[in-house]
Design a protein around this ligand. Sequence first.
Ligand code: NAI
Length: 343
Amino acid sequence: MTQRIPATLIPGDGIGPEIVDATLAVLDALGAPFDWEHQVAGLAGVKAAGDPLPQAALDSIRRTRLALKGPLETPSGGGYRSSNVRLREEFKLYANLRPARTIVPGGRFDKIDLVVVRENLEGLYIGHEHYVEIDGDPHAVAMATGINTRAGCRRILEYAFEHAIATGRKKVTIVHKANIMKALTGIFLETGLELHEQKYKGRIAVDSVIVDACAMKLVLNPWQFDVLVTTNLFGDILSDLVSGLIGGLGMAPGANIGADAAIFEAVHGSAPDIAGKDMANPSALLLAAAMMLEHVQRGDLAARLRQAIDDTLNVDQVRTGDLGGSAGTAAFTRALVQRVRNG
Ligand code: NAI
């Protein structure tokens, strides 16, 4: 009998429940071995338990060390702190792996196959921010502190080099802004080059690029890149850019990997503009589920899932609106389940 694997499931907000339902239907058809512990967080957590990150959800992930989650809404400006950021901190999920591979050909860019490895715990995301009041204006000055540590840089850079080698990649590009933020991102570049010299020279190529130039190069000639490794904020921005090269956020999965747990999700947010309208593309979360299957050594099921997604999109030509198709979330899911059953 297949070994069952306990895992936490958080549907999330906005389109979250729709794409999570779709993903569960497909995983079920695939015979994925997960035993789900259903939990809530984000806005749904506030409504159900008065907390965007309820203790029960944390306890569940601490037990299972494995989660699939929908997007969690975070208010902009004021309001509660991002539950996503808190989850990463709580479980020390230091590596955010965001692969982008063309599945639907014929878009603006073809044959894209890139990975963004984003540092997930440090930099400008640590939330050390405050305002200074001047002349009665409480928001006269806004300040933020970023922190990058040698150990934190080394850990994520090591992860990127190891991942690149293990997956047969050719080159790791260190993305930074060390010309302006000489300390904050200089330490990242310096640590990366040192680490390569000490441990990875001759095993994999390395180069470096300043983040603004990187954005331009990604749009002009994305094929020059292979694995991009960078600090938290740059990684967040560049991974959305890279998802645009492969048809948009509906196609971009992500994994948050750490010492204490692994949490799989789509790169995109809760998409409130299309929530509840049967318009969301569940592919990003489905591809995240494929990464989760690989993580638990079920590469066989991950390969079947990816093939079924590919066939549904390209052979059956069933696509959601973001990819120029006319299928709703439910119709796309039905077609995909059919593919999985026949595959
Ligand atoms: P978003 O990623 O939710 O949406 C950006 C645009 O992409 C929207 O036009 C949306 O309709 C479209 N889109 C996103 N996912 C799609 C899908 N699967 N299929 C089709 N179209 C899709 O970004 P936005 O609007 O800036 O953020 C909304 C909320 O999500 C915010 O509260 C934000 O904090 C949160 N968020 C949560 C994340 C997470 O839980 N990991 C990540 C990013 C944002």
